[in-house]
Design a protein around this ligand. Structure first.
Ligand SMILES: [Zn+2]
Length: 333
């Protein structure tokens, strides 16, 4: 049975019993920002299994949360509810989703056999990976620049988030190449386990050694290694004003779109603790073509766009390192 919303599923009543519920609400292609379109469709993947089981269905089949027209399934986080039986859930490529929908509309009896080999294994130890250039003047004031090291198993995670990791390393590399020592410490952090619970992001602020440091800013690139367009600042208005003052420099790199908004999942625990979070905004039209699928491989990453992202982050690290993020009080006379 095909539905496009949980309301529609509930309205089916007993008609979903013993069936596979096929969630087929596409991402809205009329939205300019694909992340917004993703946000409007991803509930089907996250909660589809629980809602299907509540309706008495045997499984959930979800239209891949992508705007690509192909037959590559896109995976991602989903959850169960202890009060509801665990129904298996799977994603299907958009072309097959369209085909299934057309057959159902014609009134055909569509039979789908699901054979899933996925399983949840016990937790195992892992770790964040850190490297830094220690600041010469204020070594205990730290600017984190990072991405996440883990990825979904379907692809290799080249855009999500190998790009962010490599850019963080490249930021340090650029300082080294230019033989520049920052005033404050710049620390590249490859966070572990973003996709499956954000344990690395949560562990970072609590790690030994953090106690004597001040994490003044955290920068994250986790929207793919595409051409950078700007910065999304998650901090108070004074910090935002400070970043806005640097806009002409970023505009010269076509990355002058500086807005207030979310920054990144990995750095969210830092932001909650008072660190200024800054997410890199990139050209996002193609991101969900690759996201969480077998398509997310290195050949999809344009080296020049990837490098531009590293340059923007290096510039941001340099400015924060040299000038800090605090707006100086008006000077006395
Ligand atoms: Zn990611």
């Amino acid at each position: 049975v095909e539905v496009r919303s949980f309301d529609e599923l509930r309205a089916l009543g007993d008609r979903a019993k013993g069936k596979i519920v096929f969630f087929n609400r596409p991402m809205d292609p009329t939205l300019l920002n694909t992340f917004e379109a993703y946000g409007g469709a991803v509930d089907q993947r996250g909660s589809g299994a629980v809602e299907a089981a509540k309706a008495g269905a045997v499984a959930a089949l979800v239209r891949s949360v992508t705007l690509a027209r192909d037959n590559v399934p896109h995976t991602g986080a989903m959850h169960y509810d202890a009060a509801v039986p665990k129904a298996p859930a799977a994603a299907v490529g958009t072309l097959d989703a369209n085909l299934i929908s057309a057959l159902l509309r014609k009134g055909e009896n569509v039979v789908i056999r699901l054979r899933l080999s996925c399983e949840t294994l016990p937790d195992a130890p892992s770790g964040n990976v850190l490297g830094q250039i220690t600041g010469w003047e204020k070594p205990d004031e730290v600017i984190v620049v990072g991405g996440h090291l883990d990825s979904w198993d379907k692809g290799t995670g080249a855009h999500d988030d190998g790009s962010g990791c490599m850019q963080a390393i490249e930021v340090l590399n650029l300082f080294k190449k230019l033989n520049m020592r920052p005033r404050r410490t710049i620390r590249a952090v490859m966070f572990m386990n973003e996709e499956n619970g954000n344990r690395g992001g949560k562990a970072y602020p609590k790690a030994p050694g953090r106690a004597h440091e001040r994490q003044i800013a955290a920068i994250e690139s986790d929207a793919g290694g595409f051409a950078p367009r700007g910065l999304s600042v998650e901090a108070d208005s004074l910090v935002f004003e400070r970043v806005l003052r640097w806009r002409p420099l970023f505009a010269s790199l076509n990355a002058g779109d500086i807005v207030r908004g979310g920054s990144g999942v990995d750095i969210d625990p830092l932001v909650k603790g008072g660190t200024a979070g800054i997410g890199v905004i990139v050209e996002n039209h193609r991101y969900f073509d690759y996201h969480h699928s077998a398509n997310d491989t290195i050949d999809k990453v344009n080296p020049r766009e990837l490098e531009m992202g590293a340059i923007v982050q290096a510039l941001l690290c340099y400015l924060i390192s040299e000038e800090g993020l605090a707006v100086e009080p008006a000077s006395g006379r």
